[in-house]
Every structure is written in C-alpha cells, then in structure tokens.
Design a protein around this ligand. Structure first.
Ligand code: HEC
Length: 230
C-alpha cells in the first residue's frame, strides 16, 4: 500500500473513531442525567449514520491492521478492547445501564491510551537495542591501503544491516520493498543521501524519526540501504 493511501486511510480512521466516540459520549451524558426518552430518540434517529460510521471505522482499522508494520501484543490488546467496548455500549444504551455505558467509553479511551503507551515503550526498547549493537572500531581512512579500507567498509555495512534489522525491517522489510504502513520502497528511492538522513532522524508521515541514532549509526544504515539497490 502506498504512503499516500495509508495516510488517507489513517485520517479517515481517526475521524470516524472520533465521531463514533462523540456519539457515544453524548448518549452516555443523556443516560447519566436520566434523559432516557431523549436517549432512545437520539439512538433511533442516528441508528443508520452510527452503523455507517462504525463500519467505516472497523473497515479502515482492518485495512490499516493488514498493512501495519507494528506487530506488538499491545496492538491486539487494543483491538480486543475495541471489540469488547462496542457490544457493551449497544447493550448499555439499549437497556439504560449506566455501568455498561461508562465501561464502554472507558474501554475505547483505554484502547487509545494503549496505543500511545505502546509507542513510548517501543521507542525506549528500540533505543536500548540499538545501543547494544557494537559499532566497528575503525573509520575508513584516506590511506592507500584499499584492501584495509574495503574491509572497514564491509564492517560498517554489516553494522548498518544490524541497525536496519532492529529498527526498520518491520515496515521496509529485509529487502527494503515490504511496504508495510505505507513505507516507501528503498530500492527505488531517488532521494539524496542528505534527504534520506533527514527522513531517518526526523521521520516523515507515518515513519517515526530516529533522533537517538548517532551520525555514525545513520551513516552505517545509509551504506547498508545502498546495497539493497543491487
Ligand atoms: C512504522 C513504519 C516505518 C519504520 C519502522 C521505518 N520507516 Fe522508513 N518510511 C516509512 C514510510 C511510511 C515512509 C514514506 C513516508 C512518506 O513519504 O510519507 C518511509 C520512508 C523512508 C525513506 C524515504 C524513501 C523515499 O524515497 O522517499 C527512507 C530513506 C526510510 N524510510 C528509511 C528508513 C530507515 C533507515 C528506517 C529505520 C531506521 C525506517 N525507514 C523505519 C515507514 C517506516
């Protein structure tokens, strides 16, 4: 899936989740202040738009899920929470059960929080993993010893491969062309080295920035990516 389509899908997903949440919060307010007649009228009036919104939100969520490079358990917990919350809401509002209504909204909010916590944890874990990969001790020199320089270059590329495998493979894949989460095909990239470095450290669209990478690490990754083209 291309980066643009992924981007548009995630926008639609978030907008539909937000509308869904607002509808449910409004219903919850009516339920809590005991305006049960209003609640039933509102539910009846918005039954079809609500169904359309929930289909859009589940469908876009499903498409994003198929195309995501994020394979953590947190994601499954998040999806589990969403799937539990919807029937709770439907029953809660129908039967005028406040506890179920509150629980439904809490679960939806928790599933959002889950995704945010997950982002921070993976970032911290990744930082530790990246730091634990030993860097080659030497830099290529300008000496005439090409054989030695070849060897050093090989070591740097190998270092880059390990960093790439730890940080980038989920979306870009082993060969750079997996395209998960809308990731661009690195084999086909026409960007300059400087532009690539900027995207790697600062991120772009769905791709997070890797600001904790040192210059030498980014350089090693660039060297490795260049070998994917062949
Ligand atoms: C969460 C998924 C994800 C991860 C992880 C990820 N990327 Fe990306 N990458 C993307 C997406 C999406 C784009 C396209 C961004 C856009 O143009 O909107 C992209 C674009 C790029 C580009 C620009 C390619 C071009 O021609 O435009 C480079 C270079 C790149 N990524 C390198 C990396 C490297 C190196 C890593 C690991 C340090 C990495 N990416 C990790 C998703 C990811």
């Amino acid at each position: 899936m291309s980066a643009d389509i992924y981007h548009i899908l995630s926008k639609i997903h978030w907008i539909s989740v937000l509308i869904f949440l607002l509808l449910y919060i409004y219903k919850l307010v009516l339920l809590i202040i005991n305006k049960l007649g209003d609640l039933d009228r509102f539910s009846k009036k918005f039954r079809i738009p609500e169904s359309i919104i929930s289909v859009i939100f589940l469908l876009t969520g499903g498409l994003l899920l198929i195309n995501t490079g994020n394979t953590s358990n947190f994601l499954w917990v998040k999806i589990g929470l969403v799937f539990i919350s919807i029937p709770l809401g439907i029953i809660g509002f129908k039967k005028h059960n406040k506890v179920l209504g509150v629980l439904c909204i809490l679960l939806i909010v928790a599933s959002y929080g889950m995704a945010e916590i997950n982002k921070n944890i993976t970032k911290k874990e990744l930082k530790i993993v990246l730091q634990s990969i030993p860097a080659p001790k030497v830099e290529p020199t300008s000496t005439k010893d090409t054989l030695q320089n070849e060897q050093i270059k090989k070591e740097i590329t190998e270092y880059g491969k390990q960093l790439y495998t730890a940080a980038c493979i989920n979306c870009h894949g082993e060969n750079g062309d997996l395209g998960k989460s809308g990731a661009k095909n690195l084999k086909m990239s026409s960007l300059s080295e400087t532009e690539k470095k900027r995207i790697i450290t600062k991120g772009k669209g769905v791709m997070p920035g890797y600001s904790s990478l040192s210059e030498a690490q980014v350089q090693a990754i660039i060297e490795y990516i260049a070998t994917l083209k062949k």
